[in-house]
Design a protein around this ligand. Structure first.
Ligand code: SF4
Length: 85
């Protein structure tokens, strides 16, 4: 994997097409009952996009791709000092 560092980029924006497609395929296979609404998903990702801990689609606080973490009902922002969602 050759991720270029892209501060405050989501995978969607980073140009990492192969990783983005893998993440998208994972999300499509999740049960809808596990996922937040599109509105909440967008709100969460907007918060990530403004966060200093986002690098190339990955959260430096937990090592997750935020486009996956933000989709899951049972997840929250891992930054206990400044939880954004
Ligand atoms: S710390 Fe929270 S808001 Fe920041 S990138 Fe991670 S999940 Fe997103």
């Amino acid at each position: 994997m050759n991720l270029r560092e892209c501060k405050r980029c989501l995978l969607l924006e980073s140009g990492e097409k192969a990783v983005f497609e893998t993440v998208n395929a994972y999300l499509e296979n999740l049960d809808e009952s596990e996922k937040v609404s599109d509105k909440i998903y967008r709100e969460r990702l907007n918060n990530c996009s403004e966060c200093d801990s986002l690098i190339s689609g990955m959260c430096l606080k937990c090592g997750c791709y935020v486009e996956i973490r933000a989709a899951l009902k049972n997840k929250s922002c891992p930054n206990a000092d400044n939880r954004r969602w």
